[in-house]
Design a protein around this ligand. Structure first.
Ligand code: NAD
Ligand code: USQ
Length: 383
């Protein structure tokens, strides 16, 4: 089966491209490498030294005999996109190719506009390409749990059944996202839903939680296949950041009270979820929504878990509750459903002491590459 991975040079995309290739899928990567450019602009670097996309793909081929085609270009350029898709003739498109940082989208007007244009136009172009020439192709699109916000009721998987004035309907779950980035995902979801209803396309929106970890079966095979591991205040995410902070002796940066609760998953489960979604396509005309996380944690609890694991390894780990640069609830109800992927066969890698140990060890191996100036958050949500 032919699969295109858009954003295949990124954190989730690289791991997924290799995983699918390993499982016998014919994989092509589309990426404009803009993420590497944003890192340069921010003066931030992944903790791990990542090879160029060409070197990565070559090494994968040398090691496994499996080839991955590469198309370097911007999916907001429709002409490029449709030509690349015609060269691959995909049966599934996995779409990771967006600007994915909430703080980046909140830097200023330019970054908010860049984020929404990049994400919404890119996805809209994919929908038009599918309508034009690939109407049977299955779109597997990365959304985010943050589309829902933190409502004071249980979060369903995409839809909620409501009774109102004696009538009943199942409707899209209400959305209250917390940044212009998270909003871009809501806009995408609406556009994809519309394209499914009106043009009969098929799509799965995967509302993914925060991903942690770095090694997968494939990216761990060789140093040249190593994945990115972001720790800076713009692209670094909570648990990965805490492990790296612990490894370099920096107090863990819990924003505010730390009662913020989110869905989390191991990157080994991200790649498996992609495989499951592709192998079980949505029906034509169907906009299917899965919540893609395996466990819920509060940020404060995660920091304590990392502190405990670090101390066991002889590290000196402090926790620092700093002023929250974001506007968000710091103590709230949060319960979200996640049964769809489990019922299709996902066997989660739950967060364990051994995973924390391995992530801490991994971070220690590269700790000399860490720049402490990049850790504190510099982007404020407030006026
Ligand atoms: P990433 O920044 O590491 O990778 C994104 C890739 O997409 C980059 O290689 C970038 O160059 C490419 N890209 C961006 N815009 C493009 C465009 N217009 N044309 C072509 N390529 C483009 O991000 P990631 O962490 O791998 O996240 C991938 C997806 O998963 C995103 O959509 C993100 O919103 C979603 N997601 C990520 C997480 C997480 O914790 N990392 C959690 C939930 C959802
Ligand atoms: N946080 C801290 N300290 C830190 C970093 C974050 O307390 O050092 C807090 C934030 O305030 C927030 C929570 O941790 O309450 C999560 O922040 P994050 O930066 O780990 O994740 P987020 O901004 O939500 O974005 C990440 C990815 C994004 C994805 C999202 C999934 O960058 O692409 O969509 O996770 S979710 O959070 O479920 O929406």
């Amino acid at each position: 089966m032919k699969v295109v991975v858009i954003g295949g040079d990124g954190y989730c995309g690289w791991a997924t491209a290799l995983h699918l290739s390993n499982r016998g899928y014919e994989v092509s990567i589309i990426d404009n490498l803009v993420r590497r450019y944003w890192d340069v602009q921010l003066g931030a670097e992944t903790l791990t030294p990542i090879a160029s996309i060409q070197q990565r793909i070559q090494r994968w081929r040398d090691l496994t005999g499996k080839s991955i085609d590469l198309f370097i270009g911007d999916i907001t350029d429709y002409d490029f996109l449709i030509k690349a898709l015609h060269k691959c003739e995909p049966e599934a498109i996995v779409h990771f190719g967006e600007q994915r940082s909430a703080p980046f989208s909140m830097i200023d007007r330019e970054h908010a506009v860049l984020t929404q244009v990049n994400n919404v136009v890119g996805t809209l172009n994919i929908l038009y390409a599918m309508r034009q020439d690939f109407p049977d192709c299955h779109l597997v699109k990365l959304g985010t749990m943050g589309e829902y916000g933190t409502p004071n009721i249980d979060i369903e998987e995409g839809y909620i059944t409501i009774e109102h004035n004696g009538r009943k309907d199942t409707l899209p779950y209400p959305k209250q996202p917390g940044s212009f980035y998270h909003l871009s995902k809501v806009h995408d979801s609406h556009n994809i839903h519309f394209a499914c209803r009106v043009w009969g396309l098929r799509a799965t929106d995967l509302n993914q939680g925060v991903v942690y970890g770095v090694l997968t079966e494939e990216t761990g095979m060789d140093e040249m296949l190593i994945n990115r591991l972001d720790y800076d205040g713009v692209f670094g995410t909570a648990l990965n950041r805490f492990c790296i902070q612990a490894a370099i002796g920096y107090p863990l940066t819990v924003y505010g009270k730390g009662g913020q609760t989110r869905g989390f998953l191991d990157i080994r489960d991200t790649v498996r979820c992609m495989e499951i979604a592709i192998a079980n396509p949505a029906d034509p005309g169907k906009f299917r929504v899965f919540n893609q996380f395996t466990e819920l944690f509060s940020i404060g609890d995660l920091a304590e878990m990392v502190q405990k694991a670090g101390i066991k390894m002889g590290l000196d780990v402090a926790i620092n509750n700093i002023d929250n640069p974001r506007v968000e609830l710091e103590q709230h109800y949060f319960y979200a459903k996640n049964t769809s992927l489990l019922s299709l066969g996902l066997e989660p890698h739950y967060l364990s002491d051994s995973l924390l140990d391995s992530l801490l060890n991994f971070a220690q191996k590269y700790k000399d590459r860490a720049d402490k100036e990049q850790i504190l958050p510099k982007v404020s949500w407030r006026r």
